[in-house]
Design a binder for this molecule. Structure first.
Ligand code: SAH
Length: 187
């Protein structure tokens, strides 16, 4: 069966992320992607995981403790637009993942926003290694979601073909605005 956008995001990450690499979870949320990435990079790698809500850090910390993965993860209680404050100047990342929208079962008003998402994407591109990928899973059914989707789609579409491969993946016959995936791969 065709994979959901969420499942496909993991396939795209698994294809390229190697043990020892550095990667970014730009929207930790309930920690799903943080755990997944921590397993891929292993003990010698590093996952930088961001969220602006304390609640997200707590649930992610718990999941990492349960799986003994905390060694390779840095949990950051800050906006992903401040990525450069946490990475070394010459540091390279091989992947970054964004799950846009609000934290499920939480305050629907705390959402990722077009301007800061764009800043974070700019920043990720600066650190992205060759063959590295940035994956964005855009949920857009909530208030404010459509504006952010438009910003992300325009941003991705304008990236120069000589430097990046960019794709979208979406189900076009499903109800209730299923998420749309974007993948930016540096050539
Ligand atoms: N909609 C997705 C989950 C999105 S979670 C789903 O249904 O699975 C998005 C997370 O991004 C939330 O936990 C939210 O707190 C966080 N967030 C919002 N703005 C942020 C920012 N500027 N930097 C980092 N995280 C942010």
């Amino acid at each position: 069966m065709l994979q959901t956008a969420l499942h496909f995001s993991h396939t795209l990450l698994k294809e390229i992320v190697q043990p020892g690499q550095h990667v970014v979870d730009a929207t930790m949320g309930n920690g799903n992607d943080t755990v997944f990435l921590a397993e891929l990079v292993g003990k010698k790698g590093r996952v930088y995981a961001f969220d602006i809500q304390e609640k997200a850090l707590q649930s992610t910390q718990k999941r990492l403790d349960d799986k003994v993965l905390k060694h390779q993860v840095t949990l950051i209680h800050d906006g992903h637009q401040h990525l450069e404050n946490y990475l070394g100047k010459e540091e390279e990342i091989h992947a970054a993942v964004f799950n846009l929208g609000y934290l499920p079962k939480s305050d629907k008003k705390v959402i990722t926003l077009p301007e800061t998402t764009q800043q974070a994407l700019d920043s990720c591109l600066q650190y992205l290694a060759r063959k590295g990928r940035i994956i964005i899973v855009a949920y857009y059914g909530h208030a404010g979601g459509q504006a952010e989707l438009t910003t992300v789609a325009n941003y991705c579409q304008k990236l120069p073909q000589k430097d990046y491969n960019v794709l979208t993946y979406q189900f076009i016959n499903q109800k209730n605005q299923p998420p749309i995936l974007f993948c930016i791969e540096k050539k």
